[in-house]
Design a binder for this molecule. Structure first.
Ligand SMILES: [Fe+2]
Ligand SMILES: [Fe+2]
Length: 219
């Protein structure tokens, strides 16, 4: 009897192994390179950009459009806000701006939650993802914290998001823990936080490699 695996099974396995790899490292350059290489292999292993294909299973094209419209309705209010728009003045990874990165991470969060049926609070998740790097400086050129930027910016982003949009406690915690495991003591404690943490890594790799489209990102 021929055993057939669904694509999503491979992705879950890849996702889990990626998680283990992240947990094992990111604190030295060799692990970073392994992770980049690994993510690249995952992308190539898919016959279509990995994350966008998550929604390919939807039988109904109209349903996909409706769901995408719902996603855009959640983010549009933020993207048109003058303070949030400032994120578009700074680069995050490669040639992706911080706002572009924020939209990418929100989109990947939305798709992961949808396809894996994780039942995280969609609105809270997308909002937290959109504001997770809401720190308003270019970390390459205007970084006031030097090597501590990776540890400090989640706190700043959370404070800004609370100040301008009065986000919930759960969203604040999700933003604060998005750099785990770099910041080893800030462990994601909710489904939303964990999805955000994983989606951020995925987008960071894709954007750093400048393979946004191949990885199914929006910007
Ligand atoms: Fe970040
Ligand atoms: Fe980020």
């Amino acid at each position: 009897m021929r055993v057939r695996f669904k694509k999503v099974d491979f992705r879950l396995i890849f996702g889990f192994l990626t998680f283990v790899l992240i947990k094992a490292g990111l604190l030295n350059h060799i692990n970073w390179l392994l992770f980049l290489l690994y993510a690249f292999v995952i992308a190539l292993a898919s016959d279509y950009p990995m994350v966008t294909s998550f929604v390919e299973g939807a039988k109904n094209e109209d349903l996909k459009k409706i769901r995408e419209k719902e996603f855009l309705e959640i983010i549009n209010g933020y993207c048109n806000d003058d303070v949030v728009k400032k994120m578009d003045e700074f680069f995050q990874h490669g040639n992706t701006t911080t706002l572009g990165h924020a939209v990418n991470v929100s989109w990947v969060c939305f798709l992961i939650n949808e396809k894996l049926n994780l039942k995280a609070d969609e609105k809270e998740l997308i909002e937290a993802a959109l504001l997770h790097d809401f720190y308003l400086y270019d970390w390459h050129t205007q970084n006031p914290y030097g090597k501590l930027h990776g540890f400090i910016h989640p706190e700043i982003a959370s404070e800004n998001a609370k100040k301008y949009f009065n986000i919930s406690k759960k969203q604040q915690e999700a933003i604060k823990s998005h750099m785990w495991p770099l910041n080893i003591i800030k462990v994601p404690k909710s489904k939303e936080a964990f999805i955000l943490c994983m989606a951020d890594k995925y987008c960071a790799v894709a954007e750093s490699l400048r393979l946004n489209k191949l990885f199914g990102l929006r910007h």
